[in-house]
Design a protein. Structure first.
Length: 107
């Protein structure tokens, strides 16, 4: 959910196929590219632009470069682009299973 008064924009995210890491779509003169840094993502302010980025991402998925592309809401903040959903903030910060949940007293 977006913050009141903040202009909403979109970036396209997916998981790269070889390692499974989170990546964001960025346009380059050579065509679509993927980056692990949201700050480098191409930002779409209008739904038509978002849809064009999603179409490019779908082509990349068909070529087995990424899997599961979709658009997420972001807002511009002083520190850069910020995810508007809790799910995406958790996804971007890394795994929440494994050693991070291990009870030290049980070890």
């Amino acid at each position: 959910m977006s913050r009141p008064g903040a202009p909403v924009a979109f970036v396209v995210t997916a998981n790269e196929l070889t390692e499974g890491g989170i990546v964001y779509l960025r346009e380059t003169p050579e065509g679509p590219a993927w980056t692990p840094r949201i700050a480098e993502a191409t930002v779409a302010g209008e739904p038509a632009r978002r849809d064009a980025l999603l179409a490019a991402a779908a082509d990349e998925a068909a070529r087995n470069v990424v899997v599961g592309p979709y658009a997420i809401e972001v807002i511009a903040a002083p520190q850069g682009l910020v995810h508007t959903s809790t799910k995406e903030r958790i996804r971007a910060s890394g795994p929440t299973v494994g050693n991070s949940l291990k009870n030290p007293a049980a070890a």
